[in-house]
Every structure is written in C-alpha cells, then in structure tokens.
Design a binder for this molecule. Structure first.
Ligand SMILES: Nc1ncnc2c1ncn2[C@@H]1O[C@H](COP(=O)(O)OP(=O)(O)OP(=O)(O)O)[C@@H](O)[C@H]1O
Length: 252
C-alpha cells in the first residue's frame, strides 16, 4: 500500500475505566475516501476526536503523513491540514454564507477571528470566499443569512467552512445525517467533487452512501476493528452481519 496519509497504531482511549477505543490500528491511504462504520457506541466519534486532537489517547500513536501528531492540540493538527466539518453555522446564524466563509478564511490566515476588522480588509476575502462557495454549489445563496438556509444547504456551508482551510485531510461526521434522498444525492456528488487531491475520512451510517463513496471501509465494534476492506467485501462478511444484527456470533 502507498504511504498512508494518516495512520494509527495501538490507539486506545479510556473513560473512567471504560475502554471506548481499544488498540485500534488504521491506515488511511492518501487521496482515498475511508469510511468508519459500526453500531451505536462502537467508538467512531471517539476515534474521530482522537484523530483531530479533541481527545488525547490513553495509549497509542497517531501519524499524519509520517509525522507523529499524538497529543497535539486540535488547532495545531488543523494547522497541519486536518479539517473537520462542524455544525458551526449556528454560531453566527445572522451572518450571510459568504461572510461566514470570509471569517473562516481570515481565521486560517493567522489573523484570528477579529470581527472588528474593517470592511476593506474583509473585502480581500470576498473573492476566495466566493470560490469556496462555488465548490459546494452555494454561490447563488452567498448573501443569505446562514439561519435562513435550508437544512441541506446549511450542511453544505459547514463543508465550505472546512474547505476554506484547504485541508489535506477532511473529516466528515455523518455528512448525510437527517437528509432526504435529494440532499443525500447532492451531498454524495459534492463529496465526489471535493475529494479530488484530498483524503476524506467519514463516519457514515447510510450504507448506500458508504457504497457509493468509500474506497475502504473499517467496521468498528466495541472500540475495536472488526473488519476492514472494500465495501462489497465488508458487507458480505458474516462477522459484520452478526455485529449489526447483534447476535454476538462474531465474538465466538
Ligand atoms: N466523554 C465520555 N465519557 C464517558 N463515556 C464516553 C464518552 N464519550 C464516549 N463514551 C462512551 O464510549 C463509547 C463509544 O462512544 P462513541 O460516541 O465513540 O461511539 P459511536 O460509534 O460514535 O456511536 P454513535 O454511532 O452512536 O455516535 C460509548 O459507550 C460511549 O458511551
């Protein structure tokens, strides 16, 4: 396998004696879409938080492009090119879509989120912000306040805010959660578009979305890697079927 963009060895995280992530080994290939799936409570979100520095591991190691990033704070990991989409449009609901992207760009430029910057300074970010909005198909609603956008478009704006950081690795937490079929299709197309020259890691419950997008799928159960492989291979694996049905045969 080509050198991994992110790799994880023996990664564990305990919460007061409860092991939520248990000695996980994982290689995320460069420029791939890698899906993390598994039943509720499997440890997917905890693993995401470990990859992005929002949690520190109890044991193990995380590497980004060969560099040890274990224990670095989230802003340092973000600065190294790992961006995560958050539901953050609600932070500044009254700001327009383009203003929100301008703020994200400004934050990334090292000037901090200085809201008092003059309009002239902010104008410098207008064009690049519009280009980011075009990437996610929101250019027609650039002037609309975030709070007035429809649900699917709010989620697209969240993606735009992550893309403004020009990440090498984009982490998406349930990108199609709560969406109807039309928005799901639009989101899948969007991820297809933004994945070019970029590594994408996503937690996703919708298996048809995983099948359409993922090059590689890791199935977690009870904090451990149960199976890893291509989508068809993983889907047909009896251990995965057992894990989802909860029959417990996988353990035997
Ligand atoms: N801060 C915490 N303190 C205590 N236990 C936690 C904490 N965060 C997660 N856990 C536990 O760790 C386990 C894994 O949780 P996690 O949220 O990572 O699972 P998940 O696979 O993302 O689940 P879901 O699909 O429901 O989001 C769960 O049993 C959860 O209760």
């Amino acid at each position: 396998m080509a050198a991994a963009m992110m790799s994880v060895r023996g990664l564990s995280r305990d919460f007061r004696g409860f092991r939520a992530v248990d000695r996980v080994d994982l290689d995320i290939a460069r420029d791939s879409v890698h899906a993390l799936v598994g039943p509720n409570g499997a440890g997917k979100t905890t693993l995401f938080n470990l990859l992005t520095g929002f949690l520190t591991p109890t044991a193990g190691r995380v590497e980004l492009d060969g560099r040890d990033i274990t224990g670095l704070p989230p802003e340092r990991i973000a600065g190294l090119g790992v961006a995560r989409s958050f539901q953050i449009t609600s932070l500044f609901p009254q700001l327009s879509a383009v203003e929100q992207v301008e703020l994200a760009l400004q934050g990334h430029s090292g000037r901090g989120m200085a809201f008092w910057r003059s309009r002239r300074t902010m104008r410098r970010y207008r064009e690049p912000a519009m280009r980011v909005l075009e990437q996610v198909g929101l250019e027609d609603v650039a002037a609309v306040p975030g709070q007035e956008l429809a649900y699917g478009r709010k989620r697209a704006l969240e993606l735009a805010l992550a893309l403004a950081l020009h990440p090498r690795v984009l982490l998406l937490d349930e990108p199609t959660a709560g969406m109807g079929l039309e928005d799901i299709d639009r989101t899948v197309e969007l991820i297809e578009r933004v994945r070019r020259d970029r590594t994408v890691v996503m937690v996703e419950h919708n298996m048809s979305v995983v099948g359409r997008l993922a090059d590689r799928v890791t199935v977690l159960t009870a904090g451990r890697v149960l199976v890893e492989g291509g989508y068809d291979e993983v889907r047909a694996d009896p251990r995965v079927i057992d894990a989802y049905l909860g029959t417990g045969h996988a353990a035997r």
